[in-house]
Design a protein around this ligand. Structure first.
Ligand code: FCB
Length: 401
């Protein structure tokens, strides 16, 4: 859709980039994901290994974000590092993440901190994972441990994409031989545990002055392409909406959108050869962000501010990254013009990183050499920096949808 309206972004709008600990830090040896990468139990083709070595190179990552002209950086604290054994939080690791938070402040970057981004400690997995008896108590112990370092952090995401976590748990039950049906609903027990964990965390986080807490939902943009409105609404509820509903009364909701999911008579219509696809095999659909923002705002009745905590594209063509992002942000501008309360846009991702089992898809604004860890800023990163500084002048209006 073409628009001739100049893009108006409110003062203080956050322009940043996102990462997650396991995907960039490297050697996250105490986590369940590391364990599964190495014991083969989840059928993951690649190991995370040293990842981007951001555990040591985070100052360089923050420098890059700052030098590009961004004003925000989203990263996650790793539960498996902070609590390497239940009941024994690590002061040294807490200090590490405290220095990262301070490092953001020193560079004029607003920290957006995620407490749980897919990975849990391996010891929790051994005890039965999220549905085990003490999981919520363990999570709240972790949140209590990090509370002191969150002083001055304005945005905290409790749990990243609970819907994908519960979906991954459900899919694992089907094995890795590709025989799972095209539509698998998220595991209801895992969902319930995550919801309770989020609510407990929210209560604890409310004690930190100025801190806003919320969780982030992967908006799959479930659209009716033949399944009918009732079935489509049901699938949308199971995949997305039940998690959006939890955010009513939260300080914000993180919106994450990449593509859409079309429902047909047989379940989900997978993108085929006729569809333009990204390196993830997802349909190229830059309107995803606008659809997700409008859907989420309607669902929440406008009561909860939204923050785009992820949006981006896995592509080896950096011009395509610019085109996709340009179009997504134009959609965001239209949503803002219609009064939807969006506080910022955080691009996924700052770095080419470990995409949960594979090194192939490249989402980064910045390339990372996997041996020297040298960072190379891509043209899309410079374009995004210009966008952050002067959105109206940088957005190319009327890009084709
Ligand atoms: C989201 C995850 C993020 C990244 C992107 C591509 O589901 O939150 O870590 O993998 O997808």
């Amino acid at each position: 859709m073409a628009t001739s309206q100049p893009a108006a972004f409110p003062d203080g709008f956050l322009w940043g980039a996102s990462t997650a600990a396991h995907q960039v830090e490297g050697n996250n040896v105490g986590s369940d994901f590391w364990q599964a990468e190495n014991d083969g139990s989840w059928g993951l083709p690649d190991r995370s290994g040293d990842a981007c070595d951001s555990l040591h190179r985070w100052p360089e990552d923050l420098d890059i974000a700052h030098d590009l002209g961004l004003n925000a950086y989203r990263f996650s604290i790793e539960w498996a590092r902070v609590v390497p054994a239940p009941g024994h939080p690590s002061p040294a690791m807490l200090d590490h993440y405290r220095r990262m938070i301070e490092g953001c402040g020193q560079r004029g970057l607003t920290p957006v901190v995620t407490l749980h981004h897919f990975t849990s400690p391996a010891w929790l997995r051994a005890a039965g994972g999220w549905t085990s008896e003490k999981a919520i108590a363990h999570f709240t112990e972790y949140v209590r441990a990090v509370l002191p370092i969150l002083d001055g952090v304005p945005w905290v995401c409790t749990i990243n994409e609970p819907n994908m976590l519960a979906l991954m748990a459900a899919r694992r039950k089907h094995g890795h031989d590709g025989s799972a049906p095209s539509f698998v609903p998220p595991d209801p027990d895992v969902s319930l545990a995550l919801t309770r964990a989020h609510e407990e965390a929210r209560e604890l986080l409310a004690s930190v002055p100025g801190l806003r807490s919320g969780w982030t939902v992967a908006n799959q943009n479930v659209q009716d392409h033949g399944a009918g409105p009732d079935r489509t609404a049901e699938m949308s509820y199971l995949l997305d909406d039940q998690y959006i509903d939890v955010a009513k009364g939260d300080d914000f909701l993180g919106v994450q959108a990449y593509s859409r999911l079309r429902t047909g008579e047989q379940g989900v219509i997978a993108p085929g050869p006729a569809d333009r696809r990204t390196m993830m095999g997802w349909e190229y659909y830059p309107r995803a962000l606008e659809d997700a923002l409008r859907h989420t705002a309607a669902r929440l009745g406008g009561s909860t501010p939204l923050l785009v905590t992820e949006n981006g594209i896995a592509t080896s063509d950096d011009d395509e990254r610019i085109a996709y992002t340009n179009e997504a942000v134009l959609g965001l501008a239209r949503a803002l013009a219609d009064g939807i309360d969006v506080r910022g846009y955080l691009h996924w991702s700052l770095l080419d990183n470990y995409e949960w089992g594979s090194w192939e898809p490249t989402f980064g604004l910045v390339a990372v050499d996997r041996t020297t860890f040298r960072r190379t800023v891509k043209p899309s990163a410079r374009w995004f920096g210009r966008l952050a500084k002067s959105p109206a002048a940088t957005l190319r209006q009327g890009a084709a949808s």
